[in-house]
Ligand binder design. Sequence first.
Ligand code: GLN
Length: 495
Amino acid sequence: MTQVLTDLTIAEAQAGLRDKRFSAEELALAHLHAIETLNPRLNAYLSVGHAQAVEQARAADRALAEGDTRPLLGIPLAIKDLFCTLGVRTTAGSKMLMPFIPPYESTVTANLLRDGAVFLGKANMDEFAMGSSNMTSHFGPVENPWKRRRDESAVLVPGGSSGGSAAAVAARLAMGATGTDTGGSIRQPASFCGLVGVKPTYGRCSRWGVIAFASSLDHPGPFARTVRDTAILLNSMAGHDPKDSTSADVAVPDFEKACERSVKGLRIGVPREYRSDGMPGEIEALWQQGIAWLKAAGAEIVDVSLPHTKYGLGTYYIVAPAEASSNLARYDGVRFGRRENGEDLRDLYERTRAEGFGPEVRRRIMIGTYVLSAGYYDAFYLRAQKVRALILRDFDEAFQRVDALLTPTAPSAAFALGEKMDDPIKMYLNDVFTVPANLAGVPAASVPAGLDSNGLPLGLQVITRSFDEETMFAVSAALERAAGFSALPTLRAGA
Ligand code: GLN
């Protein structure tokens, strides 16, 4: 029984709980057992709230017995350790926040709890969400539960920065998870771990209580094993929040229902600039396959141009560090988290920040401080803001002609632990297909679509107009149906 329960989708678990085929407590215990077995190896969770999860599950069982119909009653989830959770240590993957116990709950996690979810624990991540591999976490890397067919011994990264969330859901240590996506941190790990990952429109999910990396680019969103499950989760996570000034005051449509919409007659754009030189043949082939699937489902394929795509990465790696350097100024040893005492106040600041931040975070703060400094502001930051406006205009123009865009999610499958760590630029290049949607704020999803020759999952990305997640879900569900992706990771509960 235990093994079967962890394989269910959220939609299946909802039905099973409603029909009393199993209890929320059994469902939670099955996952907690799986975590005990596999987490020492995967390192996907930084902390597990065993007692709290059981308590929440029992409360869900009582509510279910009374006929309560809240959508997430008893559904066990992992929460990225960037979301503040009331009374539960929240570290952002950093030594700096090791002593931090938030006195409040983030809006997104509060929404999930409101709808009855059970929180299993806090998921590992790159430090302050800076990274594409989960290797920058102060608490050590996360192992991707997928293995190369020919080299089972190689340890692969789950992607990042939401690597713990992705590994947990792929290995069946949670039915779904929250993530955040500033430049690809939901979509790229989803692609590396064979999951669906959704970055909604900027402002769709509140950032309140989510530890800030780059405020104009940070997007909370869900991970799950099916498109429909991500729609169920986003329906709970989304919604206007007066506590976040950039939260959008727009209605939240029924995303689950949107998954059933036909794509017949939709116009799907294929942006020619994403056909970068040196794109691996397998990724190009999968992209062509995706185009063919949507065509067969009745969509019309249109060649489009996003001419400023080539400036996306450069723009992102100016804007994101600039905002990060400002956001992370608050960690001074006085107000939050860790403190290293010094000779005087200045010495205290310097020691605290030198001790508390890892190398990638320090690198970003230095870049950000540099591009914002008086002599260089015009040449870098201001210029990047102008290019960002051009990138946004590219999307606006494309969406006058098409309803959705189809691209690969990442230029590679999961790579090996340690790879690219000596060369930050190489690591940054992994974000080439994901950052434009963050700069423009438009919704984008990654859907598992196939395997590479090593047997590793590859994702396709669907991008739509702002606040048109419904089309994004419809196209994603059509790809999911056509791909029939059913491969399983090697390391998973019950395997
Ligand atoms: N990999 C990108 C970075 O390192 C994106 C991270 C993210 O989306 N949080 O900045």
